[in-house]
Design a binder for this molecule. Structure first.
Ligand SMILES: [Zn+2]
Length: 319
């Protein structure tokens, strides 16, 4: 009999949930806005209501629920410790209350770690035992699948690859350090670079595209596509930085594949060619032969990540 997982993807903007079978078939999708500014009690009620509706629609009763959430996650206590973009997520206990209402075990995992396991089971990382998954978007996150299992570290916080230091004198990062990979290669970094370019007066195309809006990476890309060589150089340099970070991880972990997901995939070769070149330039032994694969899971990546984590827990308790 197929075992169904009630899977949820819990972001600062949206709550998504669905039922997933072991083959990765997703059904009964439902979505709601995250009441990110509300208190913990309200957020918890929203999550339970959404999950209850999805569970009621499931073709078979789900055996477990699993939530992939943004932020620092305490998987043992089943709570979100904090999430930078949603104040209401602070010390948000979830798995206990969900489990109590639904009558099945409930697990929680950081969304980037869940994404890594989702790619390993259902996506670009299938067939590999060792992958480093990198999410490139507003921030940079990651997850490690080693020996076919999600690697969590001693306190479940492993995989924060966005906060590896590339340049101690570099730009400030949201985490309080300077020159983190995230501060030098993410969407947030692009917004800062766009701001600087406009202030310098050297990029009239970018200034025109941005107008009165807030500078962002999207505008930087549009400007580069219109032939703005300075904007293009910023994107290439960020891609190079990404490659330095990933190349270093390859030297440490000797993975078979790097899998990549996230909003910055739209930047294509302008961002990823310099990344590949930087990885090659660091080609100490382990880098040779590492495959670079892009996610094709799209909107379902978060849901499938949560499902993969739930399935891993269930399989670990199988007799
Ligand atoms: Zn940082």
């Amino acid at each position: 009999m197929a075992r169904y997982i009630l899977a949820a993807d819990f972001g600062a903007t949206n709550l998504r949930a669905a039922v997933v079978d072991p083959a990765g078939q997703v059904g009964g999708r439902r979505q709601a806005e995250t009441p990110a500014d509300a208190g913990a009690d309200t957020i918890r009620e929203h999550v339970i209501a959404l999950l209850s509706r999805v569970a009621a629609d499931s073709p078979e009763p789900p055996e477990a629920a699993c939530i992939a959430s943004a932020g620092l996650i305490d998987a043992i206590e089943g709570r979100v410790i904090l999430s930078p973009n949603a104040p209401g997520f602070r010390n948000l206990s979830l798995t206990g209350p969900v489990s109590k209402v639904l009558g099945i075990p409930c697990y929680i995992e950081n969304d980037a770690s869940a994404a890594a396991l989702g790619e390993h089971r259902f996506g670009a990382g299938r067939g590999f035992q060792h992958i480093v998954h990198v999410t490139v978007g507003t921030g940079i996150g990651g997850g490690l699948v080693l020996n076919g299992k999600l690697y969590r570290g001693s306190r479940g916080l492993a995989g924060e690859i966005g906060h590896m230091i590339l340049d101690p004198g570099g730009p400030p990062c949201n985490c309080g350090s300077r020159g983190c990979l995230e501060a030098m290669a993410s969407g947030t970094a692009f917004a800062e670079r766009a701001r600087r370019l406009i202030a310098s007066g050297r990029s009239p195309v970018l200034a025109e595209i941005v107008g009165d809006a807030e500078p962002s990476g999207e505008f930087l890309f549009q400007s580069a596509q219109r032939g703005d060589t300075l904007a293009e150089a910023e994107i290439r340099n960020a891609g190079h930085n990404l490659g330095l970070g990933i190349g270093s991880l390859i030297n440490v972990l000797n993975p078979q594949a790097i899998t990549i997901s996230g909003g910055l995939m739209v930047l294509g070769d302008m961002y990823f060619q310099p990344m590949r070149e930087a990885i090659s330039s660091l080609a100490y032994g382990p880098a040779a032969g590492v495959e670079i694969r892009f996610s094709e899971l799209g909107q379902d990546a978060g849901i499938l990540g949560a499902a993969a984590v739930g399935l891993e827990y269930l399989e670990a308790t199988d007799p």
